[in-house]
Structure formats: structure tokens, C-alpha cells
Design a protein around this ligand. Structure first.
Ligand code: NI
Length: 164
């Protein structure tokens, strides 16, 4: 079976993803359900729609435990559509991160420790959430995906890793 995860150098990973305008549809619900399933199967902590070949502004995140980030505390699951960061803390943190679309690599990326982001849910309702630490990092990484940015563009260094 071919891997459903789109990897570098597929051009879709470098595209600006399209804004979602139809909410509450069976199609949107199916995309999000598929994304949660794939994220869990791949031990992802977040997954953006372009990573499964869908260039739309949707991401999912959250995990109980992840073999890819064994030291990370659980993050509650969520879905965000048309997300936008509206506040980031001045305090920044360096941490190693990876990406299913850039397998077997890791790099240290500096990101805001805390963020507030605005997004829509499956029904189109506009919501806001403030997250900290690893959860905030995941959201920043996934929103970057929707703008064609990969963590390797931001990392101080990128090295080979045994973990995907
Ligand atoms: Ni990624």
C-alpha cells in the first residue's frame, strides 16, 4: 500500500492552501475524520490537509502518547479550519521537531511559547483558543503547512533521526 502522507518534494507542500467556505458538509466531515485516523495511524501529533494531498486550510492535532515524541505530554485533540494566529508570546522556546512529510529528520525550531489562534469548527463557528508549550508549537507548525512553510525552512539545523 502506498503511503498516504505526501512528502517532500511534492509541490502541494509548498502551496498556499485554499480557504474553506462550505461548512457542515459530509465531504468536510469525511476529510476531518480521515485526517484524525491517519494522524493516529502515523503517530502524528498534528496533520495538515496538504499532507494528505488536500490543499485546504484544515488541520487536526492532539494525541494521548506518541512514539515519535515519547517525552511529550498528552495534548487534547482538536480540529481547526481557516486558522489564524492572533497573538504570540514574546517568550520563545527552542525545541526539536519533525514532520511526517520530511521523514527521518529532526531540527531545532524557535517558536512562541504561547499563542492564541482563531479558527472555525466543522459547522463554521468562529472560535478562539490559547495554547502553550508543545500544543502551541504543533499549531504553529500546522498553520505553517497551510502557507507552504515547512519546519526545515525555520530550523537552526536539521539532522538525521531514527524517528520519523
Ligand atoms: Ni509537519
Amino acid at each position: 500500500m502506498t503511503d498516504v502522507i505526501v512528502k517532500l518534494p511534492e509541490p502541494i507542500l509548498r502551496m498556499q492552501a485554499a480557504t474553506v467556505s462550505n461548512f457542515g458538509t459530509a465531504e468536510l466531515k469525511q476529510i476531518v475524520a480521515d485526517m484524525f485516523q491517519i494522524m493516529q495511524e502515523k503517530q502524528g501529533v498534528g496533520l495538515a490537509a496538504p499532507q494528505i494531498g488536500i490543499s485546504q486550510r484544515i488541520f487536526v492535532y492532539g494525541f494521548d502518547s506518541s512514539a515519535r515524541y515519547p517525552n511529550a505530554a498528552a495534548v487534547p485533540k482538536g480540529v481547526a479550519i481557516n486558522p489564524e494566529i492572533i497573538w504570540g508570546s514574546e517568550e520563545q522556546i527552542d525545541r526539536e521537531e519533525g514532520c511526517l512529510s520530511v521523514p527521518f529528520k529532526r531540527g531545532i525550531v524557535t517558536r512562541a511559547k504561547s499563542i492564541t489562534f482563531k479558527y472555525q469548527d466543522l459547522e463554521g463557528k468562529v472560535l478562539e483558543k490559547t495554547l502553550h508549550d508543545f500544543a502551541a508549537r504543533i499549531v504553529q507548525h500546522e498553520i505553517d503547512h497551510l502557507n507552504g512553510i515547512l519546519y526545515i525552512d525555520l530550523a537552526k539545523e536539521v539532522h538525521d533521526s531514527q524517528l520519523i
